[in-house]
Design a protein around this ligand. Structure first.
Ligand code: ADP
Length: 528
């Protein structure tokens, strides 16, 4: 260790007399100072300052406009920004992984999980059956109209793709009930889970926090604390009379806070917002195995992240300004999980920008708002934040978090990385595309893929004309048909179609894996 390093960590005077070194005084180790920019965020500055101080840092926190942060001459240690930006900011750490938001949207996330469900039947059943609309409207209608049982009890929920806070959501029974207005925007239709686990007869769900500390290679942790958000009207199974009752069916705080029955409590285990740990304790007292619930939740988080990470990397190619190498980007995601009465967890959605507010709003009869501190929010968000900062600044995981995925993926889970293989193949040809930037593969890039990977040799009997037709068909079936290029998801579809042509009798995953491996092998020979 050098002299200056010793001085840096310990407040000591080092004096030299007659060529020998003497340490004059030793005091407590000097605290490392971290400079933080906070901009346009719901995260209260005191929460960040307190967390960092408790981790042993001196904090220099500046609440500033984004512009000021972006043009600061000195590089800060951490930029915590509430908005989605692709502008480069001089920061060592930044709380947003660029383009993360896209794959977290309901539509793309459902498509990704559905695709994996197709490859690994029975392994990706944690998402209620879902259809992105309008692209899969016909498939949804076919399903709904041909369903035998339980036709009478099956309800569906429609959720706008980019919606949040319960906005635009409604329950319905038949495809004919979907309103015309809804059909003009991207939405997701889902099986409504009609038998949620109830506590005191109320429906509730969990908001859990997931830290992606690194996107490539993927590294993520799940916080074992979170919010349990309760409905404010007692639950009844859906029927034609009650499906419009949002206080009964939707657990969003943003809706239920307006209810006169919303209970604000200082206690973790009471009221309309509780901690996840208190709910887990209640479940344990009722004799349920909460370790099993946690294990299933960790499994869901792992499988979901494996799905969304490759798409995020592809979407980043759309962003011109990001300098991924100079700043370390991390992301705190909100996972909304619902338990059914058999304690099976289901993923409802991923929130790319979970609220970090620690206050609660109260509305009087005239809808006038007052804001008061919410001890439950504060406890949960502090735990999530401090544990995340501990991982990011000290590279250690405290007891509030558990690892979900790291660089070493167990062998039995490696097949799930198939999206990543497809992404690598896709990216090889993006560079050759006529489009100079972006994440879509144009016709020249596609032809280059066919040529370089010798696809016509892999699948004898298939002609260039067949390939062109397939290219057009796949684009027409996608949500982005107006763009006349292949998105990553369309390219994946195309690969799967070709793989099934080549290996019609193998299970879908095996076909795809073998086909992609052949493509890579041919590409390598071609480019030697
Ligand atoms: P938003 O982004 O608007 O919050 P969510 O997907 O989280 O949309 O749905 C809002 C609420 O609706 C959830 O918190 C949950 O209470 C309820 N909900 C959503 N999907 C389902 C489902 N498939 N089954 C039962 N309840 C659901």
């Amino acid at each position: 260790m050098t002299l200056s390093e010793i001085q840096e960590i310990a407040e000591v005077d080092i004096i030299s007399s007659n060529g020998t070194l003497k340490v004059r005084s030793t005091t407590k180790p000097k605290k490392k100072k971290v400079r933080v920019y906070l901009t346009r965020t719901s995260l209260p500055s005191y929460l960040l300052t307190e967390s960092l101080k408790e981790l042993g840092f001196k904090v220099d926190l500046i609440e500033s406009s984004f512009l000021l942060a972006a043009h600061s001459k000195t590089k800060c240690d951490l930029l915590w920004c509430g908005c989605d930006t692709d502008e480069a900011v001089p920061a060592k750490l930044q709380n947003r992984i660029p383009a993360m938001k896209f794959a977290c949207r309901k539509g793309p996330m459902c498509q990704l999980v559905n695709l994996m469900h197709e490859l690994f039947p029975g392994h990706f059943t944690f998402l209620p059956l879902s259809w992105p609309i309008p692209s899969q409207y016909a498939a949804f209608c076919h399903y709904a109209f041909t369903q035998q049982e339980p036709k009478t009890t099956q309800y569906y929920i429609l959720k706008p793709d980019e919606g949040s806070q319960g906005d635009g959501i409604y329950l319905f029974k038949s495809p004919m009930d979907i309103t015309q207005g809804t059909m003009s925007r991207n939405c997701v239709v889902q099986h409504y889970i009609h038998n949620p686990l109830l506590i005191e007869n109320y429906k509730f769900d969990f908001r859990l926090y997931v830290l992606i500390s690194k996107l490539d290679p993927l590294e993520a942790y799940l916080c074992k604390e979170g919010l349990a958000r309760f409905c404010t009207e007692k639950y009844e199974k859906p029927n034609t009379k009650n499906i419009g009752k949002s206080y009964m069916h939707l657990t969003n705080y943003s809706l239920n806070k307006y209810s006169s029955d919303f209970v604000r409590s200082e206690e973790d285990s009471e009221g309309s917002k509780r901690t996840v740990t208190s709910v887990m304790k209640t479940l344990e007292m009722l004799g349920h195995n909460t370790d099993k619930i946690w294990a299933s939740i960790i499994d869901i988080v792992f499988k979901t992240l494996i799905c969304i990470a490759p798409l995020t990397k592809v979407e980043q190619l759309n962003l011109e300004n990001i300098k991924l190498n100079s700043t370390h980007h991390f992301h705190l995601l909100g996972f909304d999980i619902l338990l059914d009465e058999d304690l099976n967890p289901f993923l409802l959605e991923i929130n790319g920008f979970p609220s970090m507010r620690t206050d609660s709003e109260i509305y009087d009869s005239l809808m006038q708002k007052t804001t008061i501190p919410s001890p439950v929010d504060e406890k949960v968000k502090k735990t999530a934040l401090k544990g995340a900062l501990h991982i990011l600044f000290k590279h250690k995981v405290d007891e509030s978090y558990c690892p979900v995925v790291g660089p070493e993926i167990p062998d039995e889970r490696k097949p799930y990385l198939i999206f990543e293989d497809c992404r690598k193949l896709f990216t090889l040809f993006l560079k050759k595309s006529t489009l100079r930037k972006g994440s879509m593969l144009g016709s020249s890039g596609f032809r280059s893929f066919i040529r370089s990977c010798k696809v016509l040799q892999i699948i004898p009997g298939v002609t260039n004309a067949d390939m062109d037709l397939l290219y057009i068909n796949i684009i027409q079936q996608s949500d982005q048909s107006s763009q006349k290029c292949l998105s990553f998801l369309s390219f994946y579809r195309l690969l799967l179609t070709l793989a099934i042509k080549k290996f019609p009798d193998a299970p879908k995953y095996e076909s795809l894996k073998q086909f992609v491996d052949l493509c890579f092998a041919n590409y390598t020979i071609c480019n030697k």
